[in-house]
Design a binder for this molecule. Structure first.
Ligand code: IMP
Ligand code: MG
Length: 186
């Protein structure tokens, strides 16, 4: 894989800005769920880095669980609307306060399907915390109760978000230079 420095068009959100915003989100969540129990659900793999930083700012008692989804059909970089749960939760969410932690909401299809699936399990409450929101790309309306940043319609990577599974470790969110990035051959 190429060095990340060779494929960055721009750093969209730097580390300090990310961390300050995440702390503010954690503080808000802690206030809103005051004296209540909480279950954080991470949508793997993109939401992982965000959840780990976010939970360290959440002061109410909380448990966590993870789920993974596969979207299939055409277009590796956009959800097609065909979404399947490929890793289910270990926790029974019935009557629990659930907060979904997502990296980015793009078309909205992923989140829409996840909310629909989870709602059938009758949680006490079900809310969404998304780090990034690409509003311009929305095709289906979804609620975002806690939003980190609204971003323009550009393909981003870093801080949990991947380019062909790499670069999730970067501490900032960057825009990829599509003229320089060479995807690995299959
Ligand atoms: P949606 O179903 O179209 O909202 O797609 C959401 C999923 O697509 C996210 O959870 C990401 O995994 C992926 N995704 C959308 N935009 C980007 C991006 O700019 N960079 C990396 N992944 C993205
Ligand atoms: Mg994702």
């Amino acid at each position: 894989m190429q060095d990340y420095k060779d494929i960055i068009a721009e750093i969209l959100i730097d580390e300090k800005t990310l961390q300050e915003r995440i702390k503010a989100l954690g503080d808000q969540i802690s206030q809103d769920y005051h004296a209540q129990d909480l279950l954080l659900i991470c949508i793997l793999r993109g939401g992982l880095v965000f959840m780990v930083d976010l939970m360290r700012h959440i002061t109410v008692p909380h448990a966590l669980d993870c789920m993974a989804l596969t979207s299939y059909g055409v277009g590796a970089r956009a959800s097609t609307g065909n979404i399947r749960m490929s890793l289910d939760l270990q926790t029974n969410i019935e009557n629990k306060n659930v907060l979904l932690v997502e990296d980015i909401v793009d078309s909205g299809f992923t989140l829409f399907h996840v909310l629909e699936m989870l709602q059938t399990r009758r949680p006490k409450s079900l809310k969404v915390c998304a780090l990034l929101d690409k509003e311009e790309r929305r095709e289906i309306s979804v609620p975002i109760h806690y939003r980190g940043f609204s971003i323009p319609n550009k393909f981003v990577f870093g801080y949990g978000l991947d380019l062909d599974e790499y670069y999730r470790n970067l501490p900032f969110v960057a825009v990829v230079d599509l003229e320089k990035y060479k995807p690995p051959s299959a």
